[in-house]
Design a protein around this ligand. Structure first.
Ligand code: GLP
Length: 265
């Protein structure tokens, strides 16, 4: 696992964009097709803005990309502005020329959410591996919507949100906790582990404890993001605030300062 500690959230956005760009261009170069895993929430927004800028100003092409979302609320009607399908369309995929037909997510508006979860897991298996998966982390250590206690081997399924997550996300629903759905569909931790490269981005003091637990704490379902420790290719991109509780922060800065020129992310 590489932990990249950077001065500002904008720096973090650029490194995440670098990692996505590397997977997209190498995948497209090899086969003309590539699967990219996208997260919603506020953490990846600066990376998405940077990808949009590179698409617009530098000709970064997303033709041949299929995008797959991590998670979705259950019960929001299709087209609801806070459904993750709509959020990602608004924040990234429209602006980089990805047709909604190649942007996939679990169907939170399905009459049978349990069946929708199984369908999405199958769709991910059939589509083949995700080359790069962008991730945020919840203040309680959740990954996707895998709340504490989630099996480290879990697959896409229905989960019930903690009250903390509902209140954390109320800001997207006009501050009204009651408007935040109780149930969600999320890729499981085992599903996420199948991606080729996991890139977690976290900024701000509110993520510091969860980030330290994920990176330096024990591997435990109590901190779902600690499952990253099992994966062979993880890049954790954090600003100084989110990294402020890392005991090995000095070592991470040292590693970054001595990175080999062609080492990549
Ligand atoms: C949300 C999402 C996660 C996200 C996390 C952090 O509820 N389901 O995918 O990574 O919680 O959100 P934010 O980036 O807004 O802090």
């Amino acid at each position: 696992m590489e932990v990249v500690l950077l001065p500002t959230p904008e720096d973090c956005g650029r490194v995440v964009a670098d990692a996505v760009q590397a997977a997209v261009t190498s995948g497209l170069g090899r086969t003309g097709r590539v699967n990219v895993g996208l997260a919603t929430g506020s953490s990846p927004l600066l990376a998405y803005r940077e990808l949009i800028r590179r698409h617009r100003d530098e000709g970064l092409s997303f033709a041949g990309v299929q995008a797959f979302l991590l998670d979705e609320y259950v019960g929001l009607p299709a087209g609801h502005p806070e459904s993750y399908r709509e959020v990602i369309r608004r924040e990234l995929t429209d602006a980089v020329g990805l047709d909604p037909a190649v942007v996939h997510g679990p169907d939170g508006s399905a009459a049978d959410p349990l069946a929708a979860a199984l369908r999405y897991e199958e769709q991910l298996v059939t589509a083949g591996p995700i080359a790069v998966q962008v991730l945020g982390i919840g203040a309680n250590g959740h990954l996707g919507f895998n709340e504490p206690g989630s099996s480290l081997a879990s697959r896409t399924r229905v989960k019930t949100l903690t009250e903390q997550t509902r209140s954390d996300n109320a800001r997207f629903f006009g501050g009204d906790v009651e408007a935040v759905p109780r149930h969600v569909l999320t890729q499981g931790l085992g599903t996420i582990l199948r991606a080729g490269h996991l890139v977690l981005v976290a900024t701000g003091e509110a993520k510091a404890a969860a980030l330290a637990a994920a990176v330096e704490g024990p591997l435990s379902a109590s901190c779902p993001a600690s499952v990253l420790q099992l994966h062979p290719h993880v890049t954790v991109v954090v600003d100084e605030s989110a990294g402020s509780q890392l005991e090995r922060a000095d070592h991470h800065r040292y590693v970054l300062a001595h990175k080999l020129a062609d080492q990549g992310w």
